[in-house]
Write a protein that binds this ligand. Sequence first.
Ligand code: C2E
Ligand code: CA
Ligand code: CA
Length: 584
Amino acid sequence: MLLAWALIGATRRQTAHFRSLVSASSDLVVVFGPEGCRYASSSVSEMLGKPEAELLGAGFEQHVHPDDLATFRAASLNGEPRELRFRLTNRFGEERHIEAVVTDLRRDRHVRGIVLNTRDVTERIALEEELTRQAFHDSLTGLANRALFRDRLDHALARSVRTAESVSLLLADLDGFKAVNDSLGHGAGDELLRHVARRFIEAVRPTDTVARLGGDEFCVLMEGTDQDRAEIVARRLLDTLADPIRVADRELQIGASIGVVVHMGGAASSEDLLRHADVAMYAAKEGGRGRFEVFRYEMARELGQLLGLEHEMRQGLLQGEFSVHYQPEVDLGSGNVVGVEALLRWSSPTRGSVSPAEFIPVAESSGVIMQLGEFVLESACGQAAAWRRAALLPSPFRMWVNVSAKQLSMGGICQQVRRVLADTGLPAECLGLEVTETAIVTGGQPLERAQAELRDLHGDGVQIAIDDFGTGFTSLGQLRRFPVDVLKVDRSFVQGIEHDPKDAAITANLASLAHALGLKAVAEGIESKGQLASARKLGCDLAQGFLFARPAPAEEVVAYLRPGASSIPPDEHARDERAAATRP
Ligand code: C2E
Ligand code: CA
Ligand code: CA
């Protein structure tokens, strides 16, 4: 372009030379005088599809987009602004974006005009727009992404300060999406998200913004919407999911939990609003899913406590506030201790001793369970290996470690267990994992990855127990296909086995189910001699409970490991049978 300007200032003798150079350049050069266009390079007339003569005077302006005409005139008449962008309609009727550098050469006696050195930037702009679109849109669903959503929310809130108009957010998190992803694969998961996006878009006004904030989280921004209206839309979003969605040749029923926040105008930060929407969404999930909740400040206080707990747990793990206690597991036939269950303990300097029933769920929902789970596994395997090296273990002996659903669904448990066994030198035959039914099967669907990892570990010699058995919904078919060794009958049934015929019948059934599948049945939470007698009578093979020992630190538990150390009388009946078996 510089070359072109220099040449424009050349002498008249050089004009012919200049013309030919400029015409050959792909840049578009136009010179304006008070009467309008005075010169247009051949590339210009080629682009506009008109001979130069027709572009002179007012001819060029006719191609300029009417909206850009004012700025264009200012530049071509007065030389200001020095740089501008305008649109031209080319000979095919297409709109082209033109970028121009304006040079005022009115005082140059060779030119006496204003030179627009222009360039067609249509393709570049299209590319920029595409890149911007990609940067601000979710490539999967085409919805606004988090960045664009934040931007729109910030603008809406800025407007709200001026106009006192309300701003509403609906934060929707799909219920059970993970199960779809895990069981049908990510392709199906993606397809489902696209369907949901389409339904949500159809359920709102064109002026509302629907965004996918990540994963299975969607958010709707509405301006000038009061609470009643926000609730109507929230209900509509839930209704749009009522019809099953066809994905991967299946009809899927997916629900959502929605948090609603209505900001009634005035100053507010987008972070606060999003956090409040999150709190309300969380409350909707807690309240039973498939519903919406409108944010209330009490909710924030409740969640604040949970969030505080999460932070304290992470700190506590670093500060050594967590430890592992062990509870013996007794063979009801021999009366011997045949294993221990590792149970996590937290002694917090501010909260005192916190029950796992309280902190495990928070650890699960916040993800801290991954670190805690690894800590328990390392501690328990390390302890068992130390006992074994010191020849303190009875034979057989198994260290049982609880593995949460989250640990399994995140993947990598197989690798982690193998690493810990290798690091501690504990044989796989000395380790058992306790998993709950829901961790391996969800909604009747097997969680393939979790099952595969456990199957691999089982192949190594690690045993698998189903914990709290009877409280989930594992189908028999699932159990048969899955490598389980032990069913732990939930304490809620064991509690009543002595006096409540229903609990006794359930326990007996669970025990005989275990035996039919070739598994052992453990009665959890035996507290009295009466319960012990009933558990034996009902067919349980093993037991755990306060009657034998409370969970205790390793130093105390070691005393129970010596054969015959437990104060439990062996089962007379079983002893008779064994005696009969050894009789010649
Ligand atoms: P769980 O796996 O069913 O563990 C058995 C619970 O019953 C333990 O509670 C144990 O102390 C308690 N218990 C044992 N015998 C008796 C008894 O005779 N009577 C009564 N009333 N209770 C008895 P704890 O230690 O409070 O743990 C509660 C739950 O927290 C555990 O239930 C388990 O689901 C979870 N948990 C504990 N430690 C861990 C861990 O390291 N990882 C994971 N993922 N979960 C853990
Ligand atoms: Ca357990
Ligand atoms: Ca249990």
